[in-house]
Write a protein that binds this ligand. Sequence first.
Ligand SMILES: Cc1cc2nc3c(=O)[nH]c(=O)nc-3n(C[C@H](O)[C@H](O)[C@H](O)COP(=O)(O)O)c2cc1C
Length: 211
Amino acid sequence: MDRKPWLVGVTGASGTPYAAAVLRGLIDAGEDVDLVISQAARLTLIDETGRGVRDKHWQQDVGSWVSRDVSRVRYWSAGDIAAGPASGSYRTKGMIIVPATTASVAGIAAGTSKDLLQRAADVTLKERRRLVIVLRETPLRLSTLDNLRTLALEGAIIMPASPAFYAGATDIDQLVDFMAGRVLDLCDVEHDLYRRWTGTLGAARMVAHAE
Ligand SMILES: Cc1cc2nc3c(=O)[nH]c(=O)nc-3n(C[C@H](O)[C@H](O)[C@H](O)COP(=O)(O)O)c2cc1C
């Protein structure tokens, strides 16, 4: 059967735990995954996890980073501009950029395709496939807001890394999983990463407080 992966791009914003959680969610759901990690993201990975990802040993490095079997993952070097995802004829279900930098947002909005990750995002947009951008930066300057507007007008889903607290998270992993779960929701990927809001929970709490 035709392989149709989700493409995951990791850029050099703070938030590599979000990327790991999304990757775990996709793998656990049995999805095929194509992975591109920008040069800057290698630095944030080292900074935030103490781990590097080496192109030659990516299976070992990514496997231990996400604590999963990565046999359904295909890794592409960010410098490999001739890689599969650089072409619209390479089929994917869409692309998730997690975390996304303001620099990548600018590059994708301008269409400059400075590396495979940005080219793949460009392709995702031109092929009218789903593009989820999990931006991590605050505050935002006007040019970033303009770039996000441009991307939203082109159909990208802008999803700031902004976990909510209503799901009852009691530790950081649960906040991270909440974000990852919301990303997977946008991709129609089944998961059990957070407790969904049902409405009744909030009403019951209000009643309890009113009494
Ligand atoms: C430790 C560290 C954390 C960073 N965090 C962010 C961030 O949260 N958001 C952001 O937009 N850029 C952040 N940057 C800056 C980007 O890494 C930088 O702009 C880089 O050129 C982005 O390249 P890329 O988009 O190709 O990954 C960070 C850099 C470092 C070293």
